[in-house]
Design a protein around this ligand. Sequence first.
Ligand code: DGL
Length: 280
Amino acid sequence: MNTQPIGVFDSGLGGLSVVCHLRRLLPQERIVYFGDTARVPYGIKSRPTVVNFALEAARFLLQFEPKLIVAACNTASALAIDDLRRGLSLPVVDVVEPGAQAAVRLAGGGGVAILGTEATIASCSYPAAIRVLAPELEVISRACPLFVPLVEEGRGCDDPIVKLTVETYLASLRGRGIRVAVLGCTHYPLLRAAIAAVLGPDVHIVESGRETSLAVQRVLTDAGSLCPAGRKGSMRCYVSDNPDRFRGIGSRFLDEQLEHVEFVPPEGYIASPLVQGEGR
Ligand code: DGL
């Protein structure tokens, strides 16, 4: 048993879609979340920048002495997981590997579509993780950069602009033998119904956040580090900009209101120049 918190970080508020599953599955745990709202989006940035930001976010969380860190941001997981694991001496759970495992489990030999930010798709991390498990599977990747701003604007699945955008990005996947689509970005679960409508009823939708919460449960169970069931968990959020916007939009990602959201000034998370250079 270990009552230290679980640390979770994301480029902004999208990681709350992972926290939503963690809170449902492990309600007894304490969660400390860092959202780098001052520097979002990560999904259009270069690898060195994302590695640097991810290391800074994770190091910010270390002050809370977490028992495990979740890289809830798909872009950070795709580009920075090796650097995070090398740089930290505690378990780091990513979102790519659990999502890839679920895709292989559900594909039944059919094709897999990976949907993500430009940086996640360019990294080829999801296809690489799938290739290790099932080299024969066909994987088709699609960057869907407009999905994140649409979700942040509060547009839902019935919105005509959302429908048109989803159709534009994904219509060409129809008729390609796709059996599974991986929502490889924190925001995409909020567009799940619109994505499913375009891909059709035979395509399984994988939410990396759900699979990740199961991976966290496995890691903590194996280490004997779960909090005892029945204990009341908690959630504290720290953001690098605009806590009011985070509180307002963030609640759409969760089944609960965000109560504790605190602003962190740059000196609280931006490392010294020496440390900044480490990830390059
Ligand atoms: N959190 C990012 C991801 O899952 C999406 C937003 C961003 O581009 O930073 O890839």
